[in-house]
Write a protein that binds this ligand. Structure first.
Ligand code: PLP
Length: 407
């Protein structure tokens, strides 16, 4: 028996453990400090009442023999796939419901999709990045190359024609940077994927934050993407399902690749993979997710999104006042800022995002996430999350402004 040695190549994920250790150590020595946590990527507002009602009704159905449901291990219930299809139609994207697969979240599917791709494919991953894309490819022993996000490209790297990629990861609105690709930029990616016969894995977990902004919230808003892209989406950030668990993956019927001269539909492979290894998402959860798209449910969900967006605005406004460079904060719950660099004695050369973490914690009692935790290009930058309470945002913005001079 031989273990998968690729796992030994994974970087230890110290990020949130180290943050917790530092915060606990500070709290022990400063028990009166009221620490504000803007480091989290988890939602803080409860489920919308329409979702809860739908889940209660579904639970009642499960208690009666006539309406009880058991296994359902294919693409998911039609009622939810039809509701998602309607949501995409409103974005100008026509989907057949057989293109939609219900999942237990975007994280699982973003990792599991690699099952249907050969190990010798080369993965292109923008940096900084949601770490799941990197780790799942390392586990598979796949060759990875990184494309650097930085201030000059606004953390929205574009394809490098000299590099050949097979699998391309894009996340927009982005975690951790909050940056959002516009249509022209995404078209660049679609053109590049088509030229390279590559497949884009488009993570749209934060798509609802781009809604109403004339920014693309689905890769399929770019013509031709249905022949070269798979899209992952989630109810986690849209509707507070981080603990409930539901998402969906779109695999267009037009997405095909040749195997031994024959056209193979990627949708068929993914269906085969899912029916073999996945037994679906609970009926109760899928009914709750369906309610997100009801008129009342969607209004309630959007209220929460608007709340987070207003939080982000408060943080962004403070940084603008302080003349600190940042991305995000508008069509995203994340604000990605350049660490103020006025203590070169403390961190010569590259600014250290951990150094900034310590300064922010010990002076303003605010916790964020050091950019270095999201990849090499994240060093010198810092993520603040707007998932939190309004009063905390106002107070954090005040403390950041008050302490800026001593950083
Ligand atoms: N994709 C991105 C970019 C994320 O930031 C997250 C969670 O933070 C996820 C996917 C996970 O989504 P889910 O809760 O649906 O697994």
């Amino acid at each position: 028996m031989i273990l998968n040695k690729n796992y030994l190549n994974l970087q230890d994920s110290y990020l949130f453990v180290t943050i917790e250790q530092k915060v606990s150590a500070f709290q022990r020595t400063h028990p009166d400090a009221r620490i504000i946590r803007l480091g989290i990527g988890d939602v803080t507002r409860p489920l919308a009442p329409a979702v809860v009602e739908a889940m209660k009704n579904a639970a009642a159905e499960m208690s009666a023999a006539k309406t009880f449901r058991g296994y359902r291990s294919d693409r998911g219930y039609e009622f939810l796939r039809e509701a998602i299809g309607g949501y995409y139609a409103a974005k100008g994207v026509a989907l057949d419901i057989s293109e939609i697969f219900i999942s237990d979240g975007a994280k699982s599917d973003a990792g599991n999709i690699l099952d249907i791709f050969a190990a010798e494919n080369r993965a292109l991953i923008p940096d900084p990045v949601y770490p799941v894309y990197v780790d799942t490819n390392v586990m598979a022993g796949r060759d990875i190359f990184y494309l650097s996000g930085n201030e000059s490209n606004g953390f929205l790297p574009l394809p490098d024609a000299s590099q050949k990629a097979d699998i391309i990861y894009l996340c927009s609105p982005n975690n951790p940077t909050g940056a959002v690709y516009d249509r022209a930029q995404l078209k660049n990616w679609v053109d590049y994927a088509r030229e390279n016969d590559a497949i884009i894995l488009f993570d749209a977990a934060y798509e609802i934050f781009a809604g109403g902004a004339n920014l693309p919230s689905s890769i399929y808003q770019i013509p031709g993407a249905e022949e070269c892209a798979i899209e992952f989406c989630s109810f986690s950030k849209t509707a507070g399902f981080t603990g409930v668990r539901c998402g969906y993956t779109i695999v267009p019927l037009k997405l095909k690749r040749k195997v031994d001269g024959a056209d193979i539909a990627v949708n068929d492979l993914w269906l085969r993979r899912q029916t073999t290894k996945f037994n679906g998402v609970s009926y109760i959860t899928q009914r709750g997710a369906e309610a997100v798209f009801s008129q009342e449910g969607f209004r309630q969900v959007q209220e929460n999104i608007a709340y987070y967006q207003e939080n982000a605005k408060i943080i962004a406004a403070a940084l603008t006042d302080l003349n600190i460079w940042f991305t995000g904060g508008e069509h995203s719950p994340y604000v990605w800022l350049k660490c103020p660099d006025d203590r070169p004695d403390k961190c010569p050369g590259d600014r250290s995002s951990w150094d900034f973490f310590d300064r922010l914690l010990t002076t303003a009692h605010v916790v964020g996430t050091p950019g270095a935790g999201f990849g090499a290009s994240g060093e010198g930058y810092f993520r603040l999350s707007a998932f939190g309470e309004r009063d905390d945002m106002i107070e954090a913005a005040r403390r950041i402004k008050e302490n800026i001079n001593i950083w």
